[in-house]
Design a protein around this ligand. Sequence first.
Ligand SMILES: Nc1ncnc2c1ncn2[C@@H]1O[C@H](COP(=O)(O)OP(=O)(O)OP(=O)(O)O)[C@@H](O)[C@H]1O
Ligand SMILES: [Mg+2]
Length: 388
Amino acid sequence: MPETSVLVVDDEESVATTIQAILQLDGHEVVAVTTGAEAIRILGERQFDVVLTDLRLTDVDGVEVLKEVQRTAPETAAIMLTGYASLESAIAALRSGAYDYLMKPSDVEELRATVNRAIERRMLRRRLVELEEVDRLKTQFLSMASHELRTPLTAVMGFIQVARRRLVRASDKQGATDWKEEATRAAETLELAQRQSRRLARLVDELLDVSRLQLGRVQMTRSEIDLVTSLREVVERLRLLNTTHAFEFSDHAKTAPVLADRDRIDQVFENLMNNAVKYSPGGGTVTVVVAREGDDVHVSVTDRGIGISPEELDQVFNLFYRSPDPRAGHVGGLGLGLYISREIVTRHGGKLWAESAGEGSTFHVTLPLAAPAAKAGAVKDPAGARRA
Ligand SMILES: Nc1ncnc2c1ncn2[C@@H]1O[C@H](COP(=O)(O)OP(=O)(O)OP(=O)(O)O)[C@@H](O)[C@H]1O
Ligand SMILES: [Mg+2]
């Protein structure tokens, strides 16, 4: 269990420190204070899992502390400490949302049991919130995925229908040139259908990748490759496919041997460069830089696009994550690319992270350079093997 935090508020210092000592023995982090004012000040600064407060403090009513807990951290469980005389106010506190109360002087076992119960409930609530978020993401993902798959599928069906009609018409035609012209146009339409099916296949592959990665069933076949050469080829490929953006490639190292699964590593850089294009709707140059840094090779992919806000810099690597930024909304995507890329890089012993200063973003990848003695060969992905 992770360390849990408890705030104890009692104006009798001996009571506060005794409770503190008992709960510390159970492994909790305990802060003890003797005034309501001090408690309210601390609650403004940080959160606790449980707050134990005396109902009758010299400076303020314990209910004020309870209110502050509810205002600053509604998930925190508040337990009221009370004497027999103020049982009624304890019940009133329960009505206004306190989790429980303890009669003073309280029995050690009862104190521990009450606090542990409160903590357990707190953990369950936290887990519930997490699961609700996962559930929300899954629902959102399902609707997005069906839309993303439906779009190319509709296009494929439409193009095939058009091509078919053209071929039927061509077979009715008498003249050789007329026939040829219709057939050529049918072939062009089929090419469009083919392009859309490729997009469809890519989406399905990404979905399969995610489930395989999560099950630890991705086998990486590593051999020594030169990252500079393979990057240059990926850049060339993207140059041919994207006429709207310019690609700049600077190699500060002639070669960079790494022990890697070439297809998987290409996939990472294709993802990063595709994102660079997708998220810079105004065009601009995509810059790819590769350099050696100590025992690593460092690659950066920089665009001049919409950028990423500081709080999203790490979130973008989460599964299904898509930015709420309306400027990112116009392009399709499932929020899988960066998740998959980070998994692949991590399994190669490297790192992948993002940087952005408002305008434009840079994605950095580091991979360990192959040791000179490293032998080429198929190695089962160790991380995957451990998980499987
Ligand atoms: N270069 C970039 N500039 C700005 N935002 C980016 C960039 N790359 C990624 N993002 C943000 O991170 C999110 C996640 O990216 P990711 O590549 O994982 O998914 P995607 O591009 O939305 O879909 P796909 O699964 O097709 O790759 C994007 O939706 C976008 O909001
Ligand atoms: Mg992407």
